[in-house]
Design a protein around this ligand. Sequence first.
Ligand SMILES: Nc1ncnc2c1ncn2[C@@H]1O[C@H](COP(=O)(O)OP(=O)(O)OP(=O)(O)O)[C@@H](O)[C@H]1O
Ligand SMILES: [Mg+2]
Length: 180
Amino acid sequence: MEELSYHILDLVQNSIRAKATEVEVEIEDSEKKDELIIKVKDNGIGMDKETLRRVTDPFYTTKKEKKVGLGVSLLKETALLCDGKFSIKSQPKKGTTVLAKFKRSHIDLPTIGNLEDTILSIISSSQTFDIVFKIKTDKGEFILDSKDIKKELGDEIPLCSPEVISFLREYINSGIKRIF
Ligand SMILES: Nc1ncnc2c1ncn2[C@@H]1O[C@H](COP(=O)(O)OP(=O)(O)OP(=O)(O)O)[C@@H](O)[C@H]1O
Ligand SMILES: [Mg+2]
């Protein structure tokens, strides 16, 4: 996982696997504060204390086909390597919040990668859950809420239809460009 976008994708996939119906992704990239924050909050099945204790262990996973669960442990390692912070709060049946903070100017900070395509791929597959992206820089904020898009589209047009995808691509690209 060389790029931070992959971590965002992993966290959202973790939330979906945990049966979340609402996911909130917050990204704050501030040159002024010299920090980059990634926060993903969900209302999924959550974790009990024992699971929570093990979630940053690379050998912990509840995926049957795998022996290692690298997503969260790698994110924590990278955040701490970059003079940042890492925390997970979780409550069974309530949900989970993962927060990773990085020192933006740290030499080991991975690139953000293709944030636009990551958002697009998540949002276009969000037919069965709702997700809101809040992306903030020193220049401004870009918010994208799947609920708003679904409201606009009505029941007939699926989020993954080609026309919707090409509209969303434009919309996300220009939104991101405006603030980066
Ligand atoms: N948001 C979440 N809600 C509930 N459980 C979670 C959440 N995120 C992670 N977990 C639990 O922690 C485990 C480890 O997560 P992690 O992302 O590190 O690995 P993984 O998803 O199992 O595998 P990988 O990310 O390498 O494909 C998961 O298998 C899951 O049991
Ligand atoms: Mg994972």
